[in-house]
Design a protein around this ligand. Structure first.
Ligand code: 5GP
Ligand code: ZN
Length: 122
């Protein structure tokens, strides 16, 4: 994936702060943090999103998520964290290489989005 920003970061062609790396993934600091700690978990294999993910990719991503349990101290997430993976227009996915946002390091907002349940009829 020649022109993918995250592939370039993974290959080291674009600088980033890599806080963890193994055969499956890298974890970097988000360039525009939306929480005190805001990391991006990037699987090394390029695919755009969960819809394009193969069975094998799903196993790899599961292994990546499990690995987080060993990294909470190193990442400063002892009190908890939130995982988000945006897909498509409604979710404002801007980089078409699957990534999981890891947010924490502080008390996050209670709501995850701007949805207001009071506007529903049913
Ligand atoms: P999305 O909106 O696709 O879910 O998230 C993309 C994220 O990638 C954004 O939070 C944005 O700040 C981050 N990002 C975009 N370009 C770069 C970059 O060159 N370096 C780093 N570290 N993060 C980036
Ligand atoms: Zn990519």
């Amino acid at each position: 994936m020649e022109n993918c920003i995250f592939c370039k970061i993974i290959r080291g062609e674009i600088p980033s702060v890599k806080v963890y790396e193994d055969d499956d993934m890298v974890i970097i600091n988000d360039i525009a943090p939306q929480a005190k700690k805001h990391y991006l978990l990037l699987p090394k294999k390029h695919y755009a999103n969960i819809i394009e993910m193969s069975e094998e990719d799903a196993v790899t991503l599961g292994r990546c998520l499990k690995k987080l349990s060993t990294l909470v101290d190193k990442l400063g997430l002892e009190n908890g964290f939130r995982l988000v993976s945006n897909k498509g227009e409604d979710a404002f996915q801007t980089v078409q290489h699957l990534h999981v946002h890891i947010l924490g390091g502080e008390k996050l907002g209670e709501k995850m989005c701007s949805f207001d349940a009071n506007i529903l009829d049913n």
